[in-house]
Design a protein around this ligand. Structure first.
Ligand SMILES: *[C@@H]1O[C@H](CO)[C@@H](O)[C@H](O)[C@H]1NC(C)=O
Ligand SMILES: *[C@@H]1O[C@H](CO)[C@@H](O)[C@H](O)[C@H]1NC(C)=O
Ligand SMILES: *[C@@H]1O[C@H](CO)[C@@H](O)[C@H](O)[C@H]1NC(C)=O
Ligand SMILES: *[C@@H]1O[C@H](CO)[C@@H](O)[C@H](O)[C@H]1NC(C)=O
Ligand SMILES: *[C@@H]1O[C@H](CO)[C@@H](O)[C@H](O)[C@H]1NC(C)=O
Length: 781
């Protein structure tokens, strides 16, 4: 009897493990997961016990692994561990502006064939609407779960957002970021992470405790914003960054992403910072992220970033040293297979202690447990009911449309050319981007869109007769143009819309631009067509980074200019709605548009602050002192808004806590407090509550982002000339008034980094301002 039952158990065990692997690791219609209750061993595994703390469960898994099994888990393609019923896991998936199949974990070839493709991030950023950013990533998280539930995902760890500062207009990946301002990037990162991971929009409390709907990853840590310029590439680049710039420009988005966003992932970047490769930097990964900012998650390398530490940078003398350096620094998983090849010998050579390998594994398995992948059949759990009908849904596409419409920036509108009349005019769509489809509209890192609307499809709602001419015969490169034919087309129609700009052939990953003008003969095409047209023309620019369009800016024959970024799958509809006045544009530029001479500045110079003695102009609206084509925050509308400060809780803040420090500069004493010496509670209370009235003085309803800036009344060298301290979007009907509130915190918004990278709050007079409206405040210490 006893014998028989053992035999039956054994048989069913073998059968079930086999069955388990068959169904959950190989069938394309079931999501992969561990701790299947039909496996009799599940009950005996502490790691399957939902009542235990996550770290205990992770430790239990790690304690069961052999050394070889452990080392095999330290790369993005983590193999299955069949004897424990643990399926393989793919750490690398992408979701920059919609679930993408650009990584390795997502397949869009099953029941689900597409995912909502939102605008490229730089355009979404131009809405300055953090609630919208959150809505977008919430949709991305939902669609990711839908794809996973349909058995088309091998992982739920997404390597987004990209929160590097768009420091130089030439950067090929500037399009992936929220622009040049640290506060905007920080808020974008927090909104994205909280939406994707299934947390609430605001407030520290996390909805599911440590549970994750999907896992976000803030990248690329840190000071990464050069891809390939003038023979210098990201793999070899050693970024020389001052402690001051690090503290008040490069690091704040990462700090917020970790502390307010509670991101469960970070990616260390390829480049070195002051000689040390980011992925091998103990001070960065362990001291700063984990210890100072309490990072609770996993750290991945960028792809092949471990190999280059030895092979390109020569920082590590041997392959084993490179593996040891990154694991000792605090990196947990490599994108690549260098660890697969060299970890064993590194361990045998005693270069990596097992304790560091265990630490990495605890972090990695904790994430998989937090994702619910060790709780039994996940389709029976919290997010298990998200089905294919929630991918590409009408509501999701509506948000993609809203994002494009809210981001598009009206740069010029002389003689009120725009909006065009809805009288069914004849229209010529001319230019290399006039018939743009996925290759242009989606930028990079995209999945197959649900239903892309081209510009001419968008225009069909408004214009009877649409004639298309590319103008250039080789796309945006435009080395060869058909200017005469384009001119002939332009002469025939009521209105001409020129659709110019860039695409991934001009700005992309691994390729920075070497000039800021429109490529090839595009400018000549614009001039000729504008000159020949019956009426002033509309110029639409599709590009991520800025272009110098000074000549169009000042050309009377160009009546309207719109910047459309890379507007996502509903970009064609959004642009048409704006051009014909069914939507009032309200986007504002998230980065400075520099004149073409800016390229005299080497892209490799990481300094933010200007250095007049050497002619270095500085970077971004905070420090750049030269002329601009368009400023950060610039953007028009079909209506006009005016502002009025209603109240500011106090106009004098006296900081009496902690000791006062001072420096003497030009024989003047400047007194200040150190943020690090003020308690968190004190920092919470030291703030100005600002209430602002906004009036829509025009005749059209509009959504308007209000940008609140701060500056020191008397500019002091080394400090930002101005700094964005808050932004909020309001929707106002024609003639309506609304109120917007801001909380300006002394520690966070009015502090600056001194040259040693120490955050200080200086005594003195400051101005809060919105547009032309100013409000003076004082700080005494
Ligand atoms: C989808 O693509 C993956 C990876 O290329 C492949 O293994 C799988 O068989 C495909 N599934 C279908 C249903 O075509
Ligand atoms: C525009 O592009 C689409 C494919 O992206 C193509 O089918 C169509 O023929 C093009 N239209 C013109 C007028 O070239
Ligand atoms: C600082 O000022 C606050 C109110 O302005 C007061 O309540 C507090 O006692 C003061 N603290 C010290 C140490 O003087
Ligand atoms: C806008 O409207 C407000 C309130 O009606 C008025 O005070 C203000 O002068 C107007 N501003 C402009 C520029 O017309
Ligand atoms: C920055 O502030 C700290 C703290 O007061 C001080 O020790 C350091 O010397 C300051 N650095 C500079 C360059 O003024």
């Amino acid at each position: 009897m006893g014998h028989l039952s053992i035999t039956i158990t054994l048989i069913s065990f073998i059968f079930l493990t086999h069955y388990h692997q068959l169904v959950h690791a190989e069938s394309p219609t079931q999501p992969p997961y561990s701790c299947d209750i039909s496996n009799p061993l599940t009950k005996s595994y502490a790691f399957c016990n939902l009542k235990l703390p996550i770290i205990e469960r992770a430790k239990d898994i790690v304690s069961r692994l052999t050394l070889d099994e452990k080392l095999a888990q330290l790369v993005n393609t983590a193999p299955s561990i069949p004897r424990l019923g643990i399926p393989s896991y793919q750490w690398w998936s992408e979701a920059l502006h919609g679930v993408a199949n650009a990584g390795k974990g997502i397949r869009l070839n099953g029941t689900i064939k597409a995912a909502t493709s939102f605008p490229q991030v730089i355009l979404t950023a131009a809405s300055f609407d953090s609630k919208l950013w959150y809505q977008i990533s919430k949709v991305i998280g939902t669609e990711a779960r839908g794809i996973y539930n349909a058995g088309q995902a091998e992982g739920m760890t997404f390597w987004a957002p990209n929160i590097n500062i768009f420091r130089d207009p030439r950067w090929g990946r500037g399009q992936e970021t929220a622009g040049e301002d640290p506060l905007v990037n920080a808020k974008y990162g927090v909104s994205y992470v909280r939406g994707l991971q299934g947390d609430s929009f605001n407030g520290g409390k996390l909805i599911g405790g440590e549970r994750l709907k999907a896992s976000a990853c803030c990248k690329h840590f840190t000071a990464y914003d050069l891809d390939n310029w003038n023979g210098v590439d990201r793999f070899d680049f050693d970024a020389h960054v001052t402690l001051q710039d690090l503290a008040d420009t490069y690091q704040p988005p990462f700090q917020s992403c970790i502390q307010q966003g509670r991101s469960s992932g970070i990616m260390c970047a390829y480049n070195r910072v002051n000689g040390v490769p980011n992925c091998a930097d103990f001070h960065l990964l362990t001291n700063t992220a984990r210890e100072k900012w309490n990072f609770n998650g996993y750290i991945t390398s960028d792809c092949e970033a471990v190999a280059i530490i030895h092979e390109r940078q020569g920082y590590a003398k041997t392959a084993e040293d490179a593996v040891a350096d990154v694991l000792q620094a605090g990196m947990d998983v490599e994108c690549g297979d260098y660890i697969t090849k060299h970890a064993k010998s590194a361990v045998l050579q005693k270069k990596v202690p097992i304790s560091q390998i265990n630490r990495a594994l605890h972090n990695l398995f904790s994430i998989r447990i937090r994702l619910g992948l060790f709780d039994g059949n996940p389709t029976k759990l919290k997010y298990g009911t998200i089905g294919p009908n929630q991918v590409c849904s009408k509501q999701n596409l509506q948000i993609a449309l809203e994002a494009a419409r809210s981001g598009i920036v009206l740069l010029k509108n002389t003689a009120k050319l725009l909006p065009l009349p809805k009288s069914n005019p004849s229209i010529a769509l001319i230019g290399p981007n006039a018939n743009a489809s996925s290759q242009v509209f989606l930028g990079n890192y995209f999945g197959r869109p649900c239903n892309l609307v081209t510009l001419s499809q968008g225009f069909e709602n408004y214009a009877k007769n649409i004639i298309y001419h590319p103008g250039c015969s080789d796309g945006t490169k435009c080395l060869s143009a058909e200017i005469d034919q384009a001119v002939e087309v332009a002469k025939k129609v009521d209105y001409v819309v020129l659709v110019m700009g860039l695409d991934q052939s001009q700005e992309r990953e691994s390729h920075d631009r070497d000039h800021l003008e429109l490529p090839g003969r595009q400018q000549e095409l614009i001039n000729s067509v504008a000159k020949a047209s019956r009426r002033p023309v509309v110029l639409v620019l599709l590009c991520g980074g800025p272009v110098d369009i000074s000549s169009a800016k000042f050309d009377d024959k160009i009546g309207g200019i719109l910047w459309g970024g890379y507007p996502g799958e509903l970009g064609g509809l959004a642009l048409a709605q704006i051009i014909f006045g069914d939507y009032n544009p309200g986007g504002r530029l998230p980065m400075t548009w520099y004149p073409k001479d800016f390229i005299k500045t080497p892209m490799t110079d990481m300094r933010m602050r200007a250095d007049p003695s050497s002619g270095y102009p500085g970077r971004t609206y905070r420090f750049y002192k030269g002329p601009t084509v368009y400023e950060f925050g610039y953007g028009l509308s079909y209506t006009k808004y005016s502002y009025h400060f209603i109240s500011v809780t106090n106009n004098n803040l006296h900081i009496n806590q902690s000791s006062t420090h001072s420096i003497i500069e030009n024989s003047k004493t400047i007194r200040y407090k150190l943020v690090s010496e003020l308690s968190e509670e004190t920092c919470q209370t030291m703030s100005f509550s600002v209430t602002l009235e906004v009036t829509n003085n025009g005749s059209m309803v509009g959504k308007h982002p209000v940008l609140l800036f701060m500056k020191q009344k008397k500019y002091r060298t080394g400090n930002p000339m101005k700094q964005l301290v808050g932004f909020e979007s309001v929707k106002l009907g024609a003639g309506d008034k609304g109120e917007v509130g801001f909380e300006v915190r002394a520690c966070k918004h009015l502090s600056r980094a001194n040259e040693s990278g120490v955050k200080v709050i200086e005594e003195g007079s400051y101005l809060l301002f919105v547009g032309e409206e100013e409000y003076p405040i004082n700080i005494t210490v």
